[in-house]
Write a protein that binds this ligand. Structure first.
Ligand SMILES: *Cc1c(COP(=O)(O)O)cnc(C)c1O
Length: 380
């Protein structure tokens, strides 16, 4: 089955009793039993499994080419569940440019867990390899990154993780499986903030893990069941509905993203533009190799380098909404230093390049003429 068919039909079936084409929202916590321990159907309690969540989890496995999908109450709940595979003394190597909440989870919540985190530039493969020792268990990569659109070469990293028998997880939130399939490129686990492109309509907080190996998938399902950060039936329905148009939306996000990036690259007030589709982007070649398009996320800085210019620009936008988050049908704008990435200490933030004049745009699927006119007027 091709991807554009999988988003609609992959691992899906009509509801058994009524033939409903979409799975109903099974808004129930529990299920009747015929005799103690013998349920009427396949379900006992919704923290363990719920038919609506199951339909979404099956769809997730299908679109990422994994053995098992798991749906969580948020992207961070998904990452937290994955971290429960590890114990004191284990080491995790992560990319040095991460979503702020992931960085906070790793460095603040797991600070006293005894798990050691290393942060490294994943494009320096020698440096990355020099950090591997017998305690290393997991490699965590986000590509492209939020908000600087750095990329990591999934295939090259997978060669190394396979050689050392390490688990390799990729946060595929920005690319979505429409543009990039980490499991096909050698990763073991894909993580999503389904709040973003998978949901696609800015109406739900949700997360996902998709696991290539069934045994590991079952182990993570046990941890999901035992810790309980599961996605509710209504939210599962919303994400499943979103996935059905993922291919259509992301195609338009890419078209609009490319036009916005080109507009900014030619604007006299703009200094740097971060978009993997631009030929002078430092990771353009990797993007062409592992992604089938360049997405809708574009960041840029001002020639003046002034924070006030970024703030004034953001206040003047009318079609773009100044808000956290990304990946919905509507265009959003964000000031990473003051908003999404405020939890990263200032010196670390500046070191990776999240400067005070950096603006991040999530280009939606509106008419491109209205988006460009809005950006143009906001510069004046
Ligand atoms: C938003 C986001 C997350 C966190 O997901 P939530 O659904 O907000 O918990 C993780 N990674 C990336 C790249 C994100 O954009």
């Amino acid at each position: 089955m091709k991807f554009n068919t999988k988003v609609i039909h992959g691992n899906q079936h009509h509801e058994k009793v009524t033939g409903a084409v979409m799975p109903p929202v099974f808004q129930t916590s529990t299920y009747a039993q015929k005799s103690p321990g013998i349920p009427v159907g396949d379900y006992e309690y919704s923290r363990a499994a719920n038919p609506t969540r199951q339909a979404l989890e099956d769809a997730l496995a299908s679109i990422e080419n994994g053995a098992r999908g798991l749906a969580f109450a948020s992207g961070l709940a998904a990452t937290d569940c994955l971290l429960r595979l590890f114990k004191a003394g284990d080491e995790i190597i992560a990319m040095d440019d991460l979503y702020g909440g992931t960085y906070r989870l790793f460095t603040r919540l797991y600070k006293d867990s005894g798990i050691k985190f290393h942060f490294v530039d994943m494009n320096d493969l020698d440096k990355f390899q020099s950090l591997i020792n017998e305690n290393t268990k997991l490699v965590w990569v986000e590509t492209p990154t939020n908000p600087l659109m750095k990329l990591a070469d999934i295939q090259e990293i997978a060669k190394i993780t396979k050689k050392h028998n390490l688990l390799f997880a990729v946060d595929n939130t920005f690319a979505t499986p429409y543009l990039q399939k980490p499991l096909d490129l050698g990763a073991d686990i894909v993580m999503h903030s389904a709040t973003k492109y998978l949901g696609g309509h800015s109406d739900v907080i949700a997360g996902a893990l998709i696991i290539k190996d069934k045994t590991l998938g079952d182990e993570l399902h046990f941890k999901q069941f035992a810790t309980g950060g599961t996605l509710g039936p209504m939210d599962s329905f919303l994400v499943l509905r979103g996935i059905k148009t993922l291919h259509l939306r992301v195609q338009r996000h890419c078209e609009n993203g490319e036009k916005v990036a080109n507009f900014l690259a030619n604007h006299p007030d703009v200094d740097k533009v971060f978009y993997p589709g631009l030929p002078d982007h430092p990771f353009h070649e990797i993007a062409k190799k592992q992604m089938s398009g360049f997405g809708g996320m574009v960041s840029f800085t001002f020639k003046s380098g002034k924070k006030e210019d970024a703030i004034s620009f953001l206040e003047k936008l009318k079609v773009f909404t100044l808000a956290e988050s990304l990946g919905g049908v509507e265009s959003l704008a964000n000031h990473p230093a003051l908003m999404t990435h405020a939890s990263i200490p200032e010196d670390k933030r500046l070191e990776v390049g999240i400067t005070d004049d950096l603006v991040r745009l999530s280009t939606g699927v509106e008419d491109i003429d209205d988006l460009l006119a809005d950006l143009e007027q906001a510069f004046r």
